[in-house]
Design a protein around this ligand. Structure first.
Ligand SMILES: [Zn+2]
Length: 135
């Protein structure tokens, strides 16, 4: 995902876990991965292990706090979505792909971020992309 101002303005810092209600801490992602990975930081619920990464050198979360199931769904949706604008399956520009997705999902483009999507929305992304790539 890009890091334009409109991307990173929209998400509040998580303080309470949306799954279990425990406090969320800003911490090293070595607590999750065993060593620091990527930009090294995340928001983590130490009770249920839901977490989300941050934009590099900021306190701004990449999306909403996610548990294991939701992270898997988002990763899959992202992999599928990226086929629209990357690699040998590429059929449009990245920005056009996000615009297309926002129309399909019926949400504003500035809110079209897979890191903010729930499982049902991730499943829709996968379905829409597969249809589009077949057409
Ligand atoms: Zn939790």
């Amino acid at each position: 995902m890009g890091k334009s101002k409109t991307d990173i303005d929209i998400l509040p810092i998580p303080t309470k876990c949306r799954y279990c209600g425990s406090n969320v801490v800003f911490t090293s992602n070595s607590e999750i991965y065993g060593r620091e990975y990527g930009n090294g930081k995340c928001y983590l619920c130490r009770n249920c292990r839901a977490f989300v990464g941050v934009h590099t050198d900021t306190l701004i979360p990449l999306g909403t706090l996610a548990n294991d199931e939701l992270r898997k769904a988002r990763n899959k949706a992202h992999n599928e979505f990226d086929k629209l604008w990357k690699g040998h399956t590429r059929i449009m520009k990245r920005n056009d792909a996000y615009y297309w997705l926002s129309k399909k999902m019926n949400i504003p483009k500035e809110k079209t971020h897979i890191a903010m999507f729930e499982i049902e929305q991730c499943n829709k992304v996968i379905e829409f992309v597969n249809e589009k790539l077949k057409s």
